[in-house]
Design a protein. Structure first.
Length: 645
């Protein structure tokens, strides 16, 4: 069944992805632009590297409402991590440390979430029910995240079809991880508790490229509100991927949409190749029922090794365990992702769960080069009673970690005979991914008893709908009909000044849509390059400047000058703006420039036009229409040529 072999990324076709049954969905997280956090009154969006104190915590799982433990929580508990929180008194209060109850939900954040749900054509819930979602990785000091579904359903247009939305939730952001070495994980808490929304799609994307394109639509949609944060980390994606015979695997916290295609390609390849591996093992008679493995302490056997990682471990009093996997010879070199092999699946488990984070953390008999001496491998194989069909894996650490490492190796090898483990995986810069944790189940969710249900009234929905922007796909169609250049349409559709554009191109202004779009999108970029604080620009400034232009008090070039003046001085002094030249002034200045140039010997006479235009525009910039001056100069030069001058 799994005879298809993945081609290089650039050679895969939609038909290839259809053949392997590629399916992908998105969980898009977007921080909201609010003044305060979601369930306390600490400031939101205030990032700091410094801290005033450290808090140490250890996490332990709790039973769900049904009396069950979540698998992820149990896995995290096995790691025995010391969780360090670095806190700053400006951004954290006792609520974040679970020492005081939550405040009522941030109304500003809830309004934004409802507005985005409306843009998705979703059903807004009539009553908000806040739940707790268990997180034992330490990213939230309380061990749980407060979350609530704000809307269900909805859809966005894509190509010749729609992508359907499952739900959208509002929830607290987590801490920022700064390091994770051994049994110690460190977080900064400045981001903790900031409001964000999570939009979850159905797995309806059929190729890696489609996943990225749909994500771009969702990103642009929330940006069009002008009420979400932007910049590094403000938007993050979890991408769910599966293939035929596989299972849902979540690639967590993808920081850039551009990285999605290669990441999802590699995850689809990984699942497909693991299924091929399972099929190959089954053909050899290795199934979950027949799987065999064992391990032994081999520290004494290789205590004189020159392989530095193990030699150093033994010198420090650590133990070396050797795992024997019956019938697994050759499979540790089985390719999973691009330049990645099954041994990496095992190494990742050891790194994450046994906390053996210094690499290499394992070596194995399928790759003996530059590890142990040949005689040492011979001794190990004899001691472990290995046949030519078996594989050996060595893992080292203190007694507890080496034991945990050996057990995790066996667990992951046995999973290879079953299929694809349901996992959350982390994105690597090279487009591959690695194990992060077991995929959470429904057991980690339970009702929050600190906050009552919150009605969302029809009046509130009506008010939010009245101020919500048009959906970006409707704006795009309108702007295309108005003749706005393609390279401006996408940015204009999500611009916070889109309403300004629509006002200025309509009655009574009727200003050229191309000029208004250029001014709204391109001029702020030019002003930013001058070091000016363009975030101070508002709808009022654009309206005032374009009123001056529409009434003939200033020309096109003076629009940029006026905006520059506002950002530098905090106001626009109309008396200091360049006023349009009269026809007489223009004629005089053109005549003077022509006389001036005719008294100069030009090295490149063919550039006479450019030189004359430069002289005139340097003097009259902002006061004349460049096209009109160009026509006058061209006319005079043509006249001179006709007269033989």
């Amino acid at each position: 069944m799994y005879d298809f072999e993945f081609k290089p990324f650039d050679e895969m076709t939609p038909e290839d992805y259809a053949r392997v049954g590629f399916m992908s969905g998105l969980e898009v997280h977007q921080q909201l632009l609010t003044d305060q956090k979601l369930f306390c009154r600490c400031p939101a969006g205030k990032y700091q590297k410094s801290y005033n104190a450290e808090i140490l915590r250890h996490m332990r799982p709790t039973l769900s409402e049904l009396g069950e433990y979540d698998g992820t929580a149990l896995m995290e508990f096995k790691t025995k991590k010391d969780i360090i929180y670095r806190i700053h008194y400006d951004t954290v209060c006792t609520y974040e440390m679970d020492d005081t109850p939550p405040f009522q939900i941030n109304e500003q954040a809830l309004d934004i979430a409802i507005e985005v749900g409306m843009l998705l054509d979703a059903y807004i819930v009539d009553e908000l029910h806040i739940a707790r979602k268990q997180y034992l990785d330490g990213s939230i000091p309380t061990g749980f995240q407060r979350t609530a579904i704000t809307s269900v359903g909805g859809r966005i247009p894509y190509k010749d079809r729609y992508i359907n939305i499952i739900q959208m939730s509002i929830e607290e952001d987590s801490c920022r991880e700064t390091s994770d070495v051994g049994h110690r994980r460190v977080y900064l808490t400045d981001r903790l508790g900031m409001p964000l929304i999570e939009t979850v799609t159905y797995p309806e994307m059929k190729t890696p490229q489609e996943v990225a394109e749909v994500n771009q639509i969702l990103r642009r949609l929330v940006r069009s509100t002008g009420r979400v944060r932007t910049g590094v980390g403000a938007g993050r994606e979890d991408v769910n991927v599966s293939v035929t015979g596989g299972t849902r695997v979540e690639i967590k916290g993808v920081p850039s949409i551009k990285r999605i295609p290669l990441l999802t390609y590699n995850e689809a390849m990984r699942q497909w190749n693991l299924l091929r591996m399972r099929e190959s093992l089954a053909n050899k008679g290795i199934t979950p029922e027949t799987f065999k493995a064992n391990f032994e302490d081999v520290t004494k056997i290789i205590k004189k090794t020159h392989f530095k990682p193990i030699a150093d471990a033994i010198q420090n009093g650590f133990k070396v365990n050797c795992v024997k996997l019956d019938g697994f010879a050759g499979y540790l070199k089985w390719q999973t992702q691009t330049d990645t092999y099954f041994s990496k699946e095992i190494s990742d488990r050891v790194r994450v769960i046994a906390c053996l984070t210094t690499l290499p953390n394992i070596i194995h008999s399928d790759n003996i080069s530059e590890t142990l001496a040949s005689a040492e491998w011979v001794s190990l194989k004899k001691f472990m009673n290995v046949t030519a069909d078996d594989a050996l894996i060595l893992v080292w650490g203190d007694d507890a970690d080496a034991l945990m490492g050996a057990n995790e190796i066996i667990i992951r090898a046995r999973e290879a005979t079953i299929g694809i483990p349901s996992e959350t995986r982390q994105a690597y810069p090279d487009g591959t991914n690695g194990f992060e944790r077991i995929l959470p189940g429904p057991e980690r969710m339970y009702p929050d008893t600190d906050l009552p249900p919150k009605p969302i009234t029809d009046e509130r929905k009506k008010l939010i709908r009245s101020r919500a922007p048009e959906q970006i796909w409707i704006r795009t169609q309108k702007y295309t009909k108005l003749g706005v250049p393609d390279d401006l349409i996408e940015e204009l559709a999500i611009s916070r000044f889109a309403s300004s554009f629509e006002m200025l191109v309509a009655e009574p202004f009727n200003i050229d849509p191309v000029f208004v779009a250029t001014a709204i999108i391109q001029y702020p970029k030019r002003l930013r390059k001058r070091g000016l604080p363009i975030e101070k620009l508002t709808h009022d400034e654009f309206e005032r400047v374009f009123k001056l232009y529409s009434s003939g008090k200033i020309l096109k070039d003076a629009v940029l000058i006026a905006l520059d003046m506002f950002l530098r001085n905090g106001e626009i002094d109309e008396s200091k703006l360049p006023s349009p030249c009269t026809d007489e002034e223009i004629n005089i200045r053109v005549g003077m420039a022509m006389k001036q140039i005719n008294h100069i010997t030009l090295i490149n006479p063919e550039k006479k036009y450019e030189i004359v235009m430069g002289i005139i525009m340097d003097d009259l910039r902002g006061r004349v229409d460049g096209k009109m001056v160009s026509k006058m100069v061209s006319s005079k030069l043509n006249s001179e040529m006709s007269n033989g001058r």
